[in-house]
Design a protein around this ligand. Structure first.
Ligand code: ZN
Length: 198
């Protein structure tokens, strides 16, 4: 038995197909939309459509952008000799928030994961290789410190070797403000391995 009409059922189904949205949340969102002023609902719908139709990959770093080149690549004050390789545009945003990095980025859009059928050709690695050929000093590999991220870092590291470009990996260790007692063994072991003189 159907409780709701077709329109609302369809809206619930659409919300439910989004990541992290279960049946109850989908229902809550759908009812929220129905209760909205029509102009707000229209603004929401057009924000979704505009973003989907107009956002594309930066032709240099593969970040998401409205234009051919993203804001970071288009900024002449950035150090174009350093490229930080990240998995996702959100990782790039996280590094930007540190205000500690002034180089450029390269967004892979994922990590190598044989389990999920993701190979090197599914990532923006060819695009990275093209960039490294001209005047790049250092490639910083900032993929996630998990199995996929490490495999991706190793793979890219191997590709960089014959190009003679300095390739570094971000450090892993104990979180700032954390408590050593609660840190897992693998992180602690890495923190010890990559200790530095003070
Ligand atoms: Zn870019």
């Amino acid at each position: 038995m159907r409780y709701y009409g077709d329109y609302i059922a369809r809206l619930i189904e659409r919300f439910g197909s989004l990541p992290g949205i279960g049946g109850k949340s989908a229902q809550r969102l759908a009812f929220h939309v129905i209760a909205m002023p029509v102009e707000n609902a229209r603004a929401l719908a057009s924000a979704i459509l505009d973003a989907r139709e107009n956002v594309r990959y930066c032709s240099v770093c593969c970040n998401l952008t409205d234009d051919d080149i993203c804001g970071v690549c288009g900024d002449a004050r950035r150090d174009a000799e350093t490229i930080m390789v990240v998995e996702d545009p959100r990782d790039m945003a996280a590094y930007e928030r540190t205000n500690e990095y002034s180089g450029l980025y390269h967004v892979l859009h994922g990590a190598i994961s044989p389990m999920n059928g993701v190979g090197p050709d599914d990532l923006k690695i060819k695009e990275l290789l093209k960039r490294v050929n001209d005047g790049v000093n250092e490639v910083i590999i900032a993929t996630n410190p998990n199995v996929e991220g490490e495999a991706t870092a190793m793979y890219i590291g191997k590709l960089m070797k014959p190009l003679g470009v300095k390739t570094t990996r971000i450090a892993h260790g104990v979180p700032i403000g954390g408590d050593i007692e609660y840190v897992d063994e693998v992180t602690l072991a890495k923190a010890l391995l990559w200790r530095r003189e003070i």
